[in-house]
Design a binder for this molecule. Structure first.
Ligand SMILES: C[S@@+](CC[C@H](N)C(=O)[O-])C[C@H]1O[C@@H](n2cnc3c(N)ncnc32)[C@H](O)[C@@H]1O
Length: 236
């Protein structure tokens, strides 16, 4: 998708450069033509609708920011900060956004009697902190790929003996030893994640996906949380 978005800008840039070879127009007119061209190319390339205002506003936003004469070091600092927060989102297509208490309470109602619970993509650790405090008799674990959220979750979990937070990718973490695995990811991750949980989770365990169903696989149970999100449950 990002490639098609870049192609739309490139196509508009080439079209405007070609026209500028033959016609003389004020700079503002060329910028407007570029924005209209990029939006048209984006629509032709079948980008989702929300890309269209981004395509239209991209060059005006660049010009605006350039006119502010901000020191380049600030851009580098912002880039580094965002990279540490979003890390491999460009590849995983799972950004950081947080679940809330209605979801945590709904998961709490399905905790096992004993054993180990895992959050795939633990973010800032909100659900795990809540659950680990409520059920000191269970072992909770989270795994998070992005360094800054992982660090924040470790700091928040300081002193909680039944909560462990790892830094790394859940694709490399075997799931056999967990009684409950839950995940709040994105539609893009679900088909491959389903292959993993189906292959690795043991009989008697439970998998919960917050908000995102597995395409083509009916859940054993769907729970309304009272908030925006639903839980999809599969028992193995
Ligand atoms: C939507 S957030 C959910 C955060 C948290 N579980 C919650 O409910 O508030 C998804 C998180 O998964 C992380 N993530 C995405 N792919 C991952 C992977 N392969 N391994 C570990 N974490 C991953 C992202 O960095 C992001 O923080």
């Amino acid at each position: 998708m990002a490639l098609r978005a870049a192609l739309a800008q490139l196509g508009a840039g080439l079209a405007v450069a070609t026209l500028a070879f033959f016609f003389a127009l004020p700079a503002a007119a060329w910028f407007l033509l570029h924005s209209l061209g990029a939006t048209t190319f984006a629509a032709a390339l079948r980008l989702p609708w929300w890309w269209l205002p981004i395509q239209f506003g991209f060059v005006p936003a660049l010009l605006l920011v350039a006119s502010l004469e901000i020191a380049p070091a600030w851009f580098l600092a912002a880039f580094l900060l965002l990279s540490l927060i979003y890390w491999s989102t460009w590849r995983s297509r799972v950004p950081l956004y947080l679940s809330g208490q209605p979801v945590w309470q709904a998961i709490e109602a399905h905790l096992p009697v004993s054993g180990r619970v895992l959050d795939l993509g633990a973010g800032l650790g909100g659900p795990l902190l809540y659950l680990a405090r409520r059920r000191p008799d269970l072992q909770f674990e989270g795994i998070e790929a992005a360094p800054l959220p992982w660090l924040a979750s470790c700091m928040r979990a300081w002193g909680l003996a039944n909560l462990r937070l790892r830094w790394g990718s859940f694709w490399r973490l075997p799931l056999e030893s967990y009684d409950l695995v839950f995940a709040y990811l994105s539609p893009a991750a679900m088909p491959q994640l389903w292959q993993k949980v189906r292959a690795e989770m043991r009989p008697g365990s439970l998998f919960i996906s917050v908000e995102f169903p597995v395409p083509g696989v009916a859940a054993d149970q769907i729970i309304e949380t009272g908030g925006r999100q639903r839980l999809y449950l599969w028992r193995f």
